[in-house]
Design a protein around this ligand. Sequence first.
Ligand code: FAD
Length: 434
Amino acid sequence: IEEKFDAIVVGAGMSGNAAAYTLASRGLKVLQLERGEYSGSKNVQGAIMYADMLEKIIPDFREDAPLERHIVEQRFWMMDDSSHTGMHYRSEDFNSDRPNRYTIVRAQFDKWFSRKVREAGATVLTETTVTELIQDAYGKVIGVRTDRRGGIVHADVVVLAEGVNGLLGTRAGLRTPPKPETVALAVKEMHFLPQEVIEARFNLRGDEGCVIEAAGTISKGMTGLAFLYTNRESVSVGIGCLVSDFAEAMESPYALLEDFKRHPSIRPLLEGSEVKEYAAHLIPEGGYRAIPELCGDGWVMVGDAAQLNNAIHREGSNLAMTSGRIAAEAIFQVKSRRDPMTKDNLILYKKMLDDSFVIKDLKKYKDMPNLLHTNSQNFFMTYPQLVSKAAQNFLHVDGTPKLDKERETTRAFVKARSRLGLIGDAFRLALAWR
Ligand code: FAD
C-alpha cells in the first residue's frame, strides 16, 4: 500500500464504520483498516441499536440492514437472590413504521455496515492490524504502520476508532490506558430458542422485542448490571461489573453469569435453550471525567476509544456512531476549506461533539460513576434486599395491620442505613442525577 489517503480510519466497529461511511460518501479518499477477519468479527454487543443515530448516517437503513426485533417493552428489575422488583414500560406506540430501537447481532450488523462503507467508495482492508501511528518530527500524525509487508500508509488525518483498549492511542501518548475503576468487564452468551418460544415467553408478536436490565445482589455488591435482550431466534444474556470491583472481590465474571442464569426469575426464560456463542469484552464506564483529548495534529479519536459511553443509560453504539459521523463532518469541513489537519482546525470536532447529546449526556452524569463505585455495597446489595423485603411484607396478607407493616418496613430501612444515611444517599443520588 503506497498511496496517500485523505483519511485512514482504524477499526470497523460502530464508530469506525460511521466515520468511514460519512467521509467516503462526501467524496474523500478513505482507507479503513480492521484487524478482524471481517467487520464485526471482533465485536460484542448485547445489543440494542438506536435508529435515530443510524438514520442520520444512512436514512434508508431499514430497507436492508439485518435487524432482529424492534423493542416494544423495557423492563428494569431490581433483584435479590430469590426475587425481582420490576419497573416495566410497554407501549403500542413503539410499533410505529419507524421504530426507535432494535436488537441486532453485531457480527451480522457490522458486516452490513461495512458493505455500505465499501459501496460509499472507501477502501476497506480486513485482517490488517495497525501496529503504530507514524508521527513527523513535530508529533503530527501522518499515517500508520500495519502488520502487512511494507504496510506503511500516509494520510492527512487518522481517525482512531480502535475501541475501548485504545492501544495505538496509548502507545503514541495520545491517551492513557483505561483504569480498572473506569471500565467494566462484560460477559455475554447467545441462547438459541425457537422464534415462537421467545414470543410466548416474552409476550411478543412478530418482530416485537423485549429488553430486561437487572441490577442488585446478582453483582454481589459490585457496580454492575445484567441484561437479557430478545433477538429473532436467540436471547442475549450477559452481565458486567467494574474491573476494579472484580479484582477486589476476587469474583469471576463467568460465575456471576452462571448465577444470573440460575436466578428463579431468569431460569424459566432460558429453559431448553442452546448456547452457541460466548464472549467477553470491556465497556468504558468512566463517563465524562474519563474522556481523553479528542483530537490533535493529524488525528481524532471516536467511540469507545475516546471512552464515549453512557453507562447509566447503557448506550454505547449510538455515541460511537454519532462521534464517528461528527468527526467525519468536521474533517470534511476542514478539508473543504483546504486547511491543514492540525489540532487548531480539528478542534471543530470537539466543538460539534460538545453541542451534541453525546457530551451533554455524559456531562449530566459526570458524578454518577464515582457515586456508584464508592457506594456499590449500598446500591447493589442493601437497597435491593430492603426493597424486596418491603414488597414481600406488603404483599403477604397475614392479618397484620397495614400500619404495622409500614412501620416494620421503615424500621428495616433505618436499621440498615440510619436516618442520616438514607437522607445522605437520596441527596447524593439526586445531586449526581441532576
Ligand atoms: P468497537 O465496536 O469495539 O470497534 C473497534 C474495532 O477496532 C474492532 O472491530 C477492532 O477489531 C478494531 N481494532 C482495534 N484495534 C485495531 C488495530 N490496531 N488495527 C485494526 N483494527 C483494530 N452499546 C449499545 O448502544 N447498546 C447495547 O445494547 C450495548 N450492549 C453492549 C454489551 C456488551 C457485552 C458490550 C461489551 C458492549 C455493549 N455496548 C452496547 C457498547 C457498544 O458495543 C460499544 O459502545 C460500541 O461497540 C463502540 O463502538 P466502537 O466502534 O467505538 O468500538
